[in-house]
Design a binder for this molecule. Structure first.
Ligand code: ADP
Length: 413
């Protein structure tokens, strides 16, 4: 009997100890839970303060593009109250009000493209409540809450960056125009010489015509043929003047689709006389299939003419007995960008000059401005291209620049 009691007591003791242990464990767990809850609250408060204080707009949408929450930056940016946005489509902020008015009969909003934007920064146009537009950088992340997918969109108002870019473009345009006038000034005598040829030809053809008319039996065929020649020469003169006038004209930033080889021909036309006067052999190695670029054609011609002019100057210094070669090549490079290469066999550029030639006002010429290469570099950069060169003393120099290809105009590569 005593033995049974002892056994029971022992069991009760072990169970009590176990109970006490699990009680302690439970208390610890509860404490941990309290702690995690406090941490969660702290984190939530932290996130909320970031959400509220962020200068970037933050919008959460569901998979259908319906707005679930917006932060105060969004209401400031777009001029809507929070209540006017929550429950509405994300497109309320990106649809042009003009389009909305004209298409009032159509389905309210298209399907959301938000999932397609994950992981990329896209530049989009947003519209304020008053209808004015805002340029926006949009980035999107996906999150899952209680088994449901949501999207968090970060919207950054980039108006001031855009304004600055626009100002930079205007400055570049003005600077390009001023330097273009300088470049044209340097080439004026060559162009005048070039113009002299058709004018002299017109004078002699018309004189011949007058003589034909004096004859008793007028040879109408001869007169007609000579008139045709006069017409051709006057067109040639007109072309030169037209090219020159276009080149010095001030144009605001305007880009259009251009065929690269046409840009080369138009540029070379303005340099023909300088090339002839300096006995330079020009070799054009142009890609036969057309390549299209979206550019300000006058600015790109300015770059090409500047590089040709520099090559002419470099070739001018080599002895007459060495044949003076200038080659211009157009091609599609490995990155599928259009590449234009201008190569001469001039004296080349030494290492000290190499480091400086792209710096504004650096020149080694007594009458040089030192602006040609720096402005050319800026023009190419503004066209999302790159410009480089390599040069060897005694061997010559190659300048090459790229421009993004406009593929829509060219089906196959
Ligand atoms: P500028 O022609 O008025 O000197 P640029 O900016 O066009 O101004 O050129 C700067 C300098 O770069 C030139 O003075 C010349 O020393 C050097 N340079 C440019 N192109 C060539 C070239 N093809 N060969 C040798 N030197 C060159």
């Amino acid at each position: 009997m005593l033995c049974l009691n002892e056994k029971l007591e022992g069991k009760v003791l072990t169970q009590t100890t176990e109970l006490i242990d699990s009680n302690i464990n439970l208390k610890e767990k509860i404490q941990e839970l309290h702690y995690s809850e406090a941490q969660l609250k702290e984190r939530e408060a932290n996130l909320k303060s970031i959400f509220n204080a962020s200068v970037d707009g933050i919008i959460t949408t569901d998979i259908h593009g319906i707005i679930v929450s917006v932060n105060p930056a969004i209401t400031d940016m777009f001029g809507y109250e929070k209540e006017e946005l929550v429950g509405e489509s994300f497109f309320k902020l990106t649809e042009n009000p003009q389009y909305k008015r004209n298409n009032a009969h159509k389905k309210k909003y298209p399907k959301t493209p938000i999932p397609k934007m994950i992981g990329k920064i896209r530049e989009i146009e947003g519209f304020r409540k008053d209808g004015t537009s805002i340029p926006i950088d949009l980035s999107v992340a996906q999150l899952t809450l209680a088994g449901h997918s949501f999207f968090t969109s970060i919207l950054r108002d980039v108006s001031s960056r855009k304004e600055q870019e626009q100002l930079d473009k205007i400055h570049l345009d003005e600077l390009a125009h001023v330097t273009r006038l300088g470049l044209m000034g340097q080439m004026a005598s060559g162009i005048a010489h070039e113009l002299n040829q058709p004018l002299a030809a017109i004078a002699s053809y018309t004189e011949a015509c007058l003589n034909f008319m004096k004859a008793e039996q007028m040879d109408m065929v001869k007169i007609r043929d000579t008139c045709i020649k006069v017409h051709q020469q006057s067109l040639r003169a007109g072309q030169i003047i037209h090219g020159m006038r276009d080149f010095v004209k001030y144009k605001s930033v305007r880009r259009e689709t251009m065929e690269v080889n046409k840009l080369i021909h138009d540029s070379v036309n303005l340099c023909t006389s300088d090339l002839k006067l300096n006995a330079i052999n020009l070799c054009l190695d142009l890609r036969p299939e057309p390549l299209f670029v979206h550019v300000d054609n006058i600015q790109i011609e300015q770059v090409i003419i500047n590089l040709i002019k520099n090559s002419i100057d470099a070739l001018h210094k080599i002895p007459w007995i060495t044949p003076r070669q200038l080659s211009i090549q157009t091609k599609l490079n490995e990155q599928h960008n259009v590449e234009i290469r201008i190569k001469d066999n001039g004296l080349g550029i030494n290492d000290k000059e190499k480091a400086n030639i792209l710096t504004p006002f650096f020149t080694t010429k007594p009458d040089g401005m030192g602006m040609g290469l720096s402005i050319s570099h800026s023009i190419i950069k503004a066209h999302d291209g790159t410009m480089h060169f390599h040069s060897k003393i005694g061997k010559g120099t190659t300048f090459y620049f790229t421009l993004p290809q406009q593929r829509e105009f060219y089906g196959h590569e």
